[in-house]
Ligand binder design. Structure first.
Ligand code: WT7
Length: 638
C-alpha cells in the first residue's frame, strides 16, 4: 500500500433490491441487523455458539486469545479436533452415509469419465485410503504435501487425506507453470507431490505430469510423486519415486483414525500474490477455519439439506478451499464439480449443468458473468434454470450492469445475488449480505455478524460517508490467517499499516446505510479476472528474459477482466522492440508464471519514472496511461 488514496466514489447510488418471496421463505437468518447487533455485542460468545455446532475431541478453555503487537491470534484455545471429522465422519454417522457429497461433471469430450458421484461414505473410505498411503510414504503430522491436480474428486480427496493425518496441503492451481510450481514446492518444503496426469480445457489436454517433471527435476527433497492417471493410455511412471494413485490407494485400508490435533494446527498453506515478487504462503488452521467457513457458507447461501450447490471456482484458489471443499462438506452439502471452461463446447455449458442437476445455489465471479453476458441472453434462455434459488459473486467488484444481467437472465428476477467480499488471508466471508436482506448492485453489503469493518484514513480515523479510504477490519474472526509461512514480517505488516486494524489492501467507500463498495486494490497488486497478481511477479518474469533490462507493470481498467496488465519494458543493448519480441515476451510470462498473468500490452520505453531511492513509481505510469493527474510527484527523480 503505497500512498493514501484521495478518492471519492464515482459509483452512483444504485437501486435497492428487496429480497424476493422465494428468498424469504428459505431464510436461515431472518433479521440480519438484529443478529449483527447481538453478535457484535459479544463476538467471542457468538462464535462460540457457532463452534458448538461442530464436533471436537476436546473443548476449548478460551474462545479467542488476541495479542495486538506483534499480532497473534488463537481461536478455541486448548481444543482438540480434526476438520475431516466434521466434513466426513459426522455425516456418515448421522444417517447421511449415502448422501452424495460430490457430483463431478467432466469436460465434454473426455471419453473415459463423463460424470461421477461420490457419497459421503465413499468419500470417507477413499480419503482414509489416501491418508494411509501418505503415511506409508512417510508423511506425518506437520509435513507439507503439494497438490497439483485437475478438477476431479481426487483433488478434494488428496486435500482431505492430508488433513486426516495432520499433514499440511499446499494446493497449486493447475494453470501455474513449472517455475511457479517449483517455487511453491520449494518454499513449502513439500516432500510429496500429488498430481494428475492431465487436465482438460476446451477439448485440449494439459500435460500436468510433464509440468511436475520439469518443476521437480533435481529437487531431491521431493521423495514421492503420487500420480492420478485418468488418461486412456496410462502414462509411464518411474518407480520407486513415482506411484500410481489407484494402485496405491486400493492397497490401503479404508479405515484411518483421524489425527487428534490442536485447534491451531495448520491445515494448509495457500500461495497468494503480494507486493514483492515472492508469493505469500498464507497459513490456515483446523479449528477456527472450520467454524468460520461452515457458518458463513450456511447463512450466506441459505443452504438447505437437499440443495445442489455449484461454485465455479477451482479448489486451487481460496474460494475452492473454503467454499467448494471445507465449508460445504462440513455442512453436509451436495457439491457439483464442473471441469473445464465456461464456453466449451458452447457458452451454455454451465446452464446445461444447472438444468441437468437442478442446481439451487450458483456461486461464480464477475469476470465469468461479464464473459457470459457477451455471448448473449439466448444461452441462459435455452435452459430451465428454475431450480436456482440463490446466486453468488466473488473475486472483484461486480459492476451494476453485470449484476443486473445476472439477476434478470440467470435468476429470472427471483434469486438474491450474494456478493461476498473476502480474501485468501481472511479465509471466510467478512462482508456480504444474507439472501433475506436488501441488496444494492455493485456493493457486497454490510459486515457479517461478528465482524467489525470500516473505511478509514491512514491514521485510522473513519472517513466521511461516501468518501474513499482504506478498508479495514477491527475485530478478529475464526478463519483468519495465522501467519505467512516463513515470513512473519509480512504477516505483521497487515496490522502495521493502520493503527489497531487489519488492513485488507483495498480501497472502499461506505454509504449512509453502511453498505461497502470496493473500488480496488490500494497496493501494487492487480486484480485480473478475479486473480490477484503482483506487479512484481510479472516484472520478475519479464526481466528473467535476456532481452529485458528493466520492467514496470500496471493494471488498467478493463471492461471484461476488471483489470488488464500493461508492461513497460526497457530493453538491453542490442535488442530491438517489435511485434516479434512482443510475442516472445508475452509467451515468456505465460511459461514463467501463468497464462493468467500475460500482459495484454507491452510498451518498449527508454526509461521509467523512479523515486530518488530508485523505486519504480507505477502510480505515475498509471496516471499517464489513464490521462489523469499523477498526484504527488515530489519524490520523482526527474
Ligand atoms: C481480493 C482478494 C476471496 C475470494 C477470491 C479472491 C478482491 C474479493 C470481492 C468482492 C470486490 C473483491 C479484493 C480482495 N475481492 N471479493 N466481492 N467485491 N472485490 O481472493 O485472491 O485473496 O483476492 O479480491 O480486492 O482484497 P484473493
Amino acid at each position: 500500500m503505497s500512498e493514501t488514496p484521495n478518492l471519492s466514489s464515482l459509483q452512483k447510488e444504485g437501486e435497492i433490491f428487496a429480497p424476493s418471496a422465494q428468498a424469504l421463505e428459505k431464510a436461515i437468518v431472518t433479521d440480519f441487523d438484529a443478529l449483527r447487533e447481538e453478535a457484535n455485542a459479544n463476538p467471542p460468545a457468538f462464535w462460540e455458539r457457532q463452534a458448538r455446532e461442530l464436533e471436537w475431541f476436546e473443548p476449548w478453555n478460551e474462545v479467542v486469545k488476541w495479542q495486538a503487537s506483534p499480532p497473534k491470534v488463537e481461536w478455541f484455545v486448548g481444543a482438540k479436533c480434526n476438520i475431516t471429522v466434521n466434513a466426513l465422519d459426522r455425516h456418515v454417522q448421522n444417517g447421511n452415509r449415502n448422501k452424495v457429497a460430490f457430483i463431478w461433471a467432466a469436460e465434454e469430450g473426455e471419453a473415459v469419465y463423463k460424470e461421477k458421484k461420490v457419497t459421503y461414505g465413499e468419500l470417507l473410505r477413499r480419503v482414509n485410503q489416501c491418508a494411509n498411503a501418505l503415511k506409508a510414504m512417510g508423511v506425518g503430522k506437520g509435513d507439507r504435501v503439494t497438490i497439483y491436480m485437475a478438477l476431479t474428486p481426487a483433488l478434494p480427496i488428496a486435500m482431505l487425506a492430508c488433513a486426516r493425518i495432520g499433514a499440511i496441503h499446499c494446493v497449486v492451481y493447475g494453470g501455474f507453470s513449472a517455475p511457479a510450481l517449483r517455487q511453491r514446492i520449494e518454499d513449502s518444503g513439500s516432500k510429496v507431490v500429488i498430481c494428475s496426469d492431465m487436465g482438460y480445457r476446451r477439448g485440449k489436454r494439459i500435460d500436468l505430469k510433464g509440468i511436475v517433471d520439469e518443476a521437480t527435476r533435481g529437487l531431491h527433497e521431493v521423495e514421492k510423486i503420487l500420480v492420478f492417471r485418468r488418461g486412456h493410455t496410462p502414462i509411464e511412471l518411474h518407480e520407486p519415486r513415482e506411484l500410481d494413485w489407484n494402485e496405491t490407494l486400493d492397497a490401503q485400508s479404508p479405515h484411518c483414525e483421524p489425527e487428534v490435533l490442536d485447534a491451531e494446527h495448520p491445515l494448509f498453506y495457500l500461495y497468494t500474490s503480494g507486493t514483492t515478487g515472492k508469493p505469500k504462503g498464507i497459513v490456515h488452521v483446523h479449528g477456527g477455519y472450520a467454524v468460520g467457513t461452515s457458518y458463513t457458507h450456511k447463512i450466506c447461501f441459505d443452504l438447505q439439506p437437499d440443495d445442489i450447490y455449484l461454485c465455479t471456482a477451482d479448489p486451487g484458489w481460496i474460494t475452492g478451499h473454503s467454499y467448494v471443499v471445507y465449508g460445504p462438506l462440513i455442512n453436509g452439502a451436495t457439491v457439483l464439480l464442473v471441469e473445464g471452461a465456461l464456453d466449451f463446447p458452447d457458452p451454455g455449458r454451465w446452464w446445461k449443468v444447472v438444468e441437468k442437476y437442478g442446481v439451487n445455489i450458483f456461486y461464480s465471479t464477475p469476470t465469468a458473468i461479464r464473459a457470459l453476458m457477451r455471448f448473449g441472453e439466448e444461452y441462459p434462455a435455452k435452459y430451465d434454470l428454475s431450480s436456482l434459488r440463490v446466486l453468488g459473486s466473488v473475486g472483484e467488484p461486480i459492476n451494476p450492469e453485470a449484476w443486473l444481467w445476472f439477476h434478470k437472465n440467470v435468476g429470472k428476477g427471483n434469486c438474491p445475488i450474494v456478493d461476498t467480499w473476502w480474501q485468501t488471508e481472511t479465509g471466510q466471508f467478512l462482508i456480504a449480505t444474507v439472501p433475506s436482506y436488501p441488496a444494492k448492485p455493485g456493493s457486497p453489503g454490510k459486515a457479517l455478524p461478528g465482524i467489525v469493518a470500516d473505511v478509514v484514513d491512514r491514521e485510522g480515523n473513519p472517513v466521511e460517508t461516501g468518501k474513499g479510504g482504506f478498508l479495514v477490519i477491527k475485530s478478529q474472526w475464526p478463519a483468519m490467517m495465522r501467519t505467512i509461512s516463513g515470513d512473519v514480517e509480512r504477516y505483521n505488516g497487515y496490522w502495521e499499516l493502520i493503527p489497531g486494524c487489519y488492513a485488507a489492501g483495498d480501497v472502499a467507500t461506505k454509504d449512509e446505510d453502511g453498505y461497502f463498495r470496493v473500488m480496488g486494490r490500494a497496493d501494487d497488486v492487480m486484480n485480473v479476472s478475479g486473480y490477484r497478481i503482483g506487479t512484481a511477479e510479472v516484472e520478475s518474469a519479464l526481466v528473467s528474459h535476456p532481452a529485458v533490462a528493466e520492467a514496470a507493470v500496471i493494471g488498467k481498467p478493463d471492461p471484461l477482466k476488471g483489470e488488464s496488465i500493461k508492461a513497460f519494458v526497457i530493453l538491453r543493448d542490442g535488442f530491438e522492440g517489435g511485434d516479434e519480441l512482443l510475442k516472445t515476451l508475452t509467451s515468456h510470462v505465460r511459461v514463467e508464471l501463468s497464462p493468467i498473468a500475460m500482459p495484454a500490452e507491452i510498451d518498449f520505453v527508454p526509461s521509467l519514472p523512479k523515486t530518488r531511492s530508485g523505486k519504480i513509481m507505477r502510480r505515475v505510469l498509471k496516471a499517464q496511461e489513464l490521462g489523469v493527474a499523477p498526484g504527488d510527484i515530489s519524490t520523482l527523480e526527474d
